[in-house]
Design a protein around this ligand. Structure first.
Ligand code: ADP
Ligand code: MG
Length: 439
């Protein structure tokens, strides 16, 4: 099971994240309804809890066909636990440490850095925290992973609590909402479920793209939504895409979500990334020279979670080497993820030229919008190579391909990577190798 789970994480994570978080972890126990994952430190534990736990649920559901809730323990805690177990033979002591569904104390407005990509979202979040239920209801954040949706959501909760300490707030991932709902049916505790979700001032539901395919849950959420909305209670939702792009999301939900305000969050620009790193470094009490911060921020342009991962890695590296953090130490620490030297040498234009020549299609078609297979595949290959071999950011690559969205580039990259990982398709691999050689 662990092998499987590990492998699932390989693709969505960068190599450095994978090495840092996944390789260092271990599955220590799997029961009917829980899975316990051991990690080296509290820092890892926090990261797993905040960033990887939903995926654990998701992946294990696919693998085991049942929902298990993840528990994270540090090696130290696990050792203590083992001892206790020997003493008392009790295994229940641990089950109280369920992933908390309350607000994460680190996700506040204070710790949130405002930049171009998120300033609208930030402003809307503030308004909603101060005037819940009246202006933007529901408030809907959408955008790629690791861009701060969950953070902002929690920040609204914290802020509301500050203004009104008695406010009732419920934060839940869409999966947990679904779980709670299903359990309430099984245990005949629907009344309690409704109390729990409808008797609140602020309901935060994270990652509602996972409502896709869950008919019954959508039905229940529809009623929850209506009850809260009619009561003028604030609802905040997030998703990785717009409601109408979520497959199998009921039309009536899509239209309700559009009643309020939808704001997207886009990847941070370099300046914002530097500011975020600086803030995190300060919070951790790390001394990092400015040029080193710029260096790290220049290397990691995908999302903020990766940026944090990079910082942790640099921090760990400096601790192990007992050296101060400098740009060259950072470069060493991030070597595995930072593009090789060859990256600087080849340009996207060259890649496009070689690919179009190899497949005998025109450059215009390669960068165009035609969706026939003979053109789409080379286009995806060219995007893949641009991502792999240059250090150009995703949006810029998209631009070079006739102004395509960065998600198109991600999609192309992932698709080709998948095919390449698939042992049987060696033909495509050979073709790509040949193109690479010509570059
Ligand atoms: P999402 O929910 O969009 O996938 P998260 O809210 O989980 O992203 O953010 C990922 C990580 O990046 C979190 O640790 C969060 O605190 C941090 N983060 C995101 N945006 C910002 C920001 N603007 N300023 C500071 N930290 C941020
Ligand atoms: Mg999130």
């Amino acid at each position: 099971t662990w092998k499987y789970l590990q492998e699932q994480f390989r693709e969505p994570l960068s190599k450095v994240s994978f090495d840092t978080w996944i390789q260092s972890a271990n599955l220590v126990r799997l029961t009917n309804n829980s899975v316990t994952i051991e990690v080296p430190s509290n820092l890892h534990k926090e990261y797993w809890k905040n960033n990887l736990s939903t995926r654990v649920v998701e992946y294990l559901y696919e693998f085991l066909g049942r929902e298990v809730s993840p528990l994270f323990v540090t090696t130290e805690e696990q050792a203590v636990h083992e001892e206790q177990k020997e003493e008392t033979q009790s295994i229940n002591a641990f089950d109280t440490q369920h992933v908390s569904s309350t607000l994460n104390s680190k996700y506040t407005f204070d710790t949130f850095v405002i930049g171009k990509g998120n300033q609208m979202a930030h402003a809307a979040a503030l308004v909603v925290a101060e005037e819940p239920g009246t202006i933007y209801n529901p408030l809907f954040f959408y955008g790629g992973v690791g861009l701060g949706k969950t953070h902002l959501m929690h920040a609204i909760g914290h802020q509301l609590l500050q203004i009104n300490p008695n406010a009732k707030i419920k934060y839940v991932s869409s999966e947990n909402f679904a779980n709670d709902f299903i359990n309430s049916i099984q245990n005949r505790t629907q009344e309690k479920f409704r109390q729990q979700y409808r008797n609140v001032d602020l309901l935060l539901v994270d990652d509602i793209q996972f409502f896709a395919d869950k008919e019954g849950t959508q039905e229940e959420f529809f009623h929850t939504f209506n009850a809260l909305y009619d009561d003028r209670k604030q609802i905040v939702l997030t998703s990785d895409r717009l409601p109408n792009e979520i497959p199998k999301l009921q039309e009536r939900l899509v239209s309700r979500f559009a009643w309020g305000l939808s704001v997207d969050i886009t990847p941070p620009d370099l300046e914002t990334r530097i500011a975020i790193l600086r803030k995190k470094a300060n919070a951790e009490g790390l001394e990092i020279p400015n040029d080193t911060l710029s260096y790290i921020a220049g290397q990691i342009d995908s999302n903020i979670r990766e940026l944090e991962g990079a910082l942790v890695r640099v921090q760990a590296y400096s601790a192990i080497q007992r050296n101060d953090i400098t740009t060259s130490l950072a470069a060493d620490a991030l070597k595995s993820m930072v593009k090789h030297d060859s990256k600087q040498n080849v340009s996207i234009a060259t890649i496009q030229q070689k690919v179009s020549k190899y497949y005998q299609i025109s450059l215009a078609d390669l960068k165009g919008k035609k969706r026939v297979r003979q053109i789409v595949l080379p286009r995806q290959i060219a995007m893949y190579l641009s991502r792999e071999l240059t250090s150009t950011s995703l949006p810029k690559i998209g631009k070079e391909f006739g102004g395509k969205d960065h998600t198109t580039v991600i999609h192309a990259h992932e698709k080709i990577k998948k095919v390449l990982n698939n042992e049987t398709d060696s033909e495509l691999r050979d073709q790509i190798d040949e193109i690479k050689k010509s570059l």
